[in-house]
Design a protein around this ligand. Structure first.
Ligand code: ADP
Ligand code: MG
Length: 257
């Protein structure tokens, strides 16, 4: 008769910690119990543990990416009222949000419309869990790029941003060339062209973009690259904020004669 194998269970947490397998560490005991009861093979037990580890790892990654994305909270498709923007096809938006196919081909989405019509809301809502996204006000992004240029690390920053599947540049038309050296923005657009997606919101369509880039040639070059593979949506309604405010205003009763 062979002696029973003596497993040093006290060492297991250390080993699993060293291998960074927190889920296996948490579950192995109870799963081993179940495996004994249900006569699982060793292979099945091992596979079950590893599947749990992988599933939780994917979950943790999604959570990490969501935190990193800095999306405005609560702006989802579920809370977006498509009836308020009849020119934006709900089916089209839902298809983009669900498939994420546009992100694989480096397609851009350009969202134009006056303030308050739901551009930022829709931009955040279009993000599908599982992708790496960064939502930024374009003015902040430009500042960050300029700071990087000053320390000669612009290329490194643009490279780092290459890992982001979708860069959301909110309110592009608030960027003004007189406030800053905006060719850094062009460099970012050129670097991502045809490879990595951007979603841009702007109050004004292309006609006024000369105010953003240092010279007209660069404006044309930027627009050219952005629109080459792009879905362009224009929302030309009244501000949702203003409509909501108007609906809340209680009308005074008519004066009695
Ligand atoms: P924009 O970016 O075009 O200026 P926002 O996306 O910031 O507009 O929208 C202004 C506010 O109105 C936000 O609180 C947003 O959630 C809300 N809003 C705008 N459009 C809609 C809509 N169609 N359905 C629900 N909420 C909306
Ligand atoms: Mg906005």
């Amino acid at each position: 008769m062979t002696a029973p194998l003596c497993v040093d269970t006290a060492r297991l947490p250390l080993l699993l910690d060293e291998l960074r397998l927190p889920t296996v560490s948490r579950l192995w005991d109870s799963l081993a119990e179940r495996a004994r009861h249900e006569n699982w093979s060793h292979a099945r037990f091992l596979a079950a543990l590893l599947e749990h580890e992988l599933a939780e790892r994917a979950q943790r990654r999604i959570q990490r990416h969501l935190t990193e994305a800095r999306l405005p909270p609560g702006k989802s498709l579920a809370t977006f009222d498509f009836a308020a923007v009849p020119m934006v096809g709900k089916a089209q938006i839902l298809a983009h949000a669900a498939g994420g196919a546009w992100l694989k081909t480096g397609t851009n989405i350009l969202l134009f419309g006056p303030p308050g019509v739901g551009k930022s809301h829709l931009a955040a809502a279009l993000v599908e869990a599982g992708h790496r996204v960064l939502f930024m006000r374009t003015t902040d992004l430009v500042q960050r790029l300029q700071a990087a240029r000053q320390t000669l690390s612009l290329a490194a920053l643009i490279d780092k941003m290459d890992k982001i599947d979708l860069l959301i540049l909110d309110d592009l038309s608030y960027v003004r060339k007189d406030q800053a050296e905006t060719s850094v923005l062009f460099e970012l657009i050129a670097a991502r062209y045809e490879r990595r997606s951007m979603l841009i919101t702007a109050n004004q369509a292309f006609g006024t973009w000369d105010a953003i880039f240092p010279d007209p040639a660069m404006t044309v070059a930027a627009i050219d690259r952005l629109v080459h593979h792009a879905i362009i949506l224009e929302i030309n309604t009244e501000s949702y904020r203003r409509r909501e405010a108007a609906a809340r205003t209680v009308q005074p009763p008519p004066k009695s004669q």
